[in-house]
Design a protein around this ligand. Structure first.
Ligand SMILES: *Cc1c(COP(=O)(O)O)cnc(C)c1O
Length: 354
């Protein structure tokens, strides 16, 4: 640390991304919830057709064509959408705009506490229930913004649309933000509630279900006033936050609903098969509505399982903190990836002599 760093940033603990090996080679990479099938061929085509000469021009700061594609898919108006450089950037703008006092689950997406600290917000972390679920009763009536990942990470558990609507009604004078990074893998989106509730923001990403984590595109949806507040912040920070190539590739990806349906279906089928096989091996897994499962063995400690897999070139995610240190988070890869993991797991359990 240099002696020049602003004082309030000296104790900041940045977000720790999952390992991104330089050479993936023969690694089975199941640690950052990327999509094993990658982007739509239409997105690949848009990338191949990108015109380098056009890069001399700044991109459309509103990303109107991408916004139109999202509007069509989600059934909301373009004025109810704003795009960002990944949903992480959308979350950052949200904390800047609305996060002065903010409540979120203690065990959730690791970026919430980091944004809270970097923007000097007054964050309140609410513990999960014994079964790792989020109890919305604990968020009702709080005097500030609520942000909840639904489905939650890293547990994979989802709230119902009815529960979210209850929260919106109970907190009608404060903002409720639903981070739907994983919603396409079996949960219900709150997007249709935007027309009904002016205190709702829904955040989405192209990183998971659309297989475009490397492109860095996300968006938020809310009533026009909320979106205009978000744009006030964005246009005060980085108006050209999504580049020309990303805009074109993202729009093509969003429009290819056929590919989207096929790949998310495959991932959910893999999840079902994988969970059954892991339960056979004695693992406990909360009901996952995401492209990952959160697994706990009664026979081997979470940290040991994580390290043993790593030795066998399989990377999953481990969080060394309460109440989740017995679990590992495993991204759904291809069926072959999951078979390799299952084989390794059997071997590890055998070696552990149990
Ligand atoms: C992956 C993830 C994000 C970030 O997604 P990007 O669009 O890639 O920045 C946000 N929230 C949750 C809960 C996530 O898991």
């Amino acid at each position: 640390m240099s002696r020049f760093l602003n004082e309030e940033l000296r104790n900041l603990e940045p977000y720790t991304p999952g390992e991104q090996p330089k050479v993936v080679g023969r690694l089975v990479k199941l640690n950052t919830n990327e999509n094993p099938y990658g982007p739509s061929p239409k997105a690949a085509e848009a990338l191949a057709n990108a015109d380098a000469g056009s890069l001399r021009l700044y991109p459309d700061p509103d990303g109107s064509d991408l916004v139109a594609a999202i509007a069509e898919n989600c059934g909301v108006a373009p004025a109810e959408i704003m795009i960002g450089n990944g949903s992480d950037e959308i979350l950052a703008f949200m904390f800047m705009a609305f996060g002065k006092r903010i409540w979120f689950p203690e065990t959730s997406y690791g970026f919430y506490p980091v944004f809270n600290d970097v923007f000097g917000c007054e964050g309140h972390e609410i513990p999960l229930e014994e079964d790792l679920s989020v109890d919305i009763e604990k968020y009702k009536g709080v005097p500030g913004t609520v942000v909840i990942a639904n489905p939650n990470a890293p547990t994979g558990l989802a709230l119902s649309l009815g529960e979210i609507e209850e929260l919106l009604q109970a907190n009608s004078d404060t903002l409720v933000v639903i981070d739907e990074a994983y919603v396409d893998f079996g949960a219900e989106t709150a997007a249709p509630l935007i027309k009904k509730y002016d205190n709702l923001m829904v955040i989405r990403t192209l990183s998971k279900s659309l297989g475009l984590a490397g492109l860095r595109v996300g968006w938020c949806m809310g009533c026009e006033d909320i979106i205009s507040d978000m744009k006030r912040v964005k246009f005060s920070f980085n108006p050209y936050n999504v580049d020309r190539i990303a805009l074109a590739v993202a729009a093509a990806g969003v429009r290819d609903t056929e590919y989207f349906e096929a790949t998310r279906g495959r991932i959910m089928a893999t999840r079902k098969r994988f969970i059954a096989a892991m339960e056979e091996l004695g693992f406990t897994i909360p009901d996952s509505k995401t492209n990952f499962v959160f697994a706990r063995s009664g026979r081997i400690a979470g940290a040991d399982y994580f390290h043993e897999l790593r030795k066998r070139n399989i990377i999953v995610r481990y969080f060394d903190k309460d109440p989740i240190r017995d679990y590992v988070r495993i991204t759904m890869g291809t069926d072959e990836d999951m078979d390799l993991l299952l084989e390794a797991t059997e071997e590890i359990l055998k070696e552990a002599g149990k």
